[in-house]
Design a protein around this ligand. Structure first.
Ligand SMILES: C[S@@+](CC[C@H](N)C(=O)[O-])C[C@H]1O[C@@H](n2cnc3c(N)ncnc32)[C@H](O)[C@@H]1O
Length: 221
């Protein structure tokens, strides 16, 4: 059975929050472009995390045209720093923000997110990692000192996406080696990310099977 037609998946889709008008336009554009947004099921978790952390500042690695950012804003986040190396996507994001009336709460930084983060000081209340999978663990290590205690780090595409999920299952169940980076750097990147956060006492992590699967870590030190 295709996992997307599983009754639990259908139930989650049917009970996810409704899109705002701007989010609905973004979803339409994502369909047109075949662009992978985080979707409303995982978006609802971003909204929840912003609300629970009373978020003032959020940082995103990989924002596209700002769909995920809108969920943080819906959770009350004061400001979201979006990073995107595709100029067209960022330009669309700026236009959506203007049309949606939230341009004063988002900043689009065009360029490599790994360089952009070096120019920002913390503290951040929530961070989303959703860029190149082989750089997730590096992004985590770089941003962790800038996340406040009690803040959250979310990584997307943990169970689905351009990864070989059975390889990940074999790794975590039986200790099978992760794929060679030359063969499959994306699956390897996700495996390394999950291994990194699970072995780091600075955070506590739960993996939630919503959307493409998200790892949610909270900083405890
Ligand atoms: C999965 S999409 C992000 C989706 C977005 N978070 C959402 O839910 O709508 C990944 C995006 O990250 C961008 N990207 C990948 N690597 C990046 C990097 N190193 N710096 C900035 N953007 C990057 C890609 O161009 C792409 O738009």
């Amino acid at each position: 059975m295709d996992v997307r037609s599983h009754p639990i998946e259908r139930f989650l889709a049917a009970t996810a929050p409704e899109h705002t008008a701007t989010q609905a336009e973004m979803a339409e554009l994502a369909d047109d472009w075949g662009f992978p947004t985080i979707g409303p099921e995982a978006g609802a978790v971003l909204r929840l995390l912003a609300r629970l952390t009373d978020a003032e500042r959020v940082f995103e690695f990989g924002s596209g045209f700002g769909y995920s950012a809108t969920w943080f804003l819906r959770g009350g986040a004061d400001a979201v720093i979006c990073t995107e190396f595709d100029e067209d996507e960022a330009t669309r994001g700026v236009a959506f923000a203007a049309d949606g009336g939230y341009a004063d709460r988002v900043t689009f930084e065009v360029g490599d997110a790994m360089e952009t983060i070096e120019r920002y000081d913390g503290p951040f209340d929530v961070v989303l990692i959703d860029h190149q999978k082989h750089r997730y663990a590096d992004a985590y290590r770089t941003v962790l000192p800038k996340v406040r205690t009690g803040g959250a780090i979310v990584a997307d595409n943990i169970t689905r996406g351009p990864i070989d999920f059975p390889d990940l299952v074999a790794h975590f169940e039986d200790g099978a080696p992760l794929p060679d980076p030359e063969v499959d750097e994306e699956t390897r990147g996700i495996g390394e990310y999950v291994g990194t956060v699970r072995s780091d006492d600075a955070v506590e992590t739960a993996i939630l099977p919503v959307g493409s699967g998200i790892a949610v870590s909270t900083k405890v030190v």
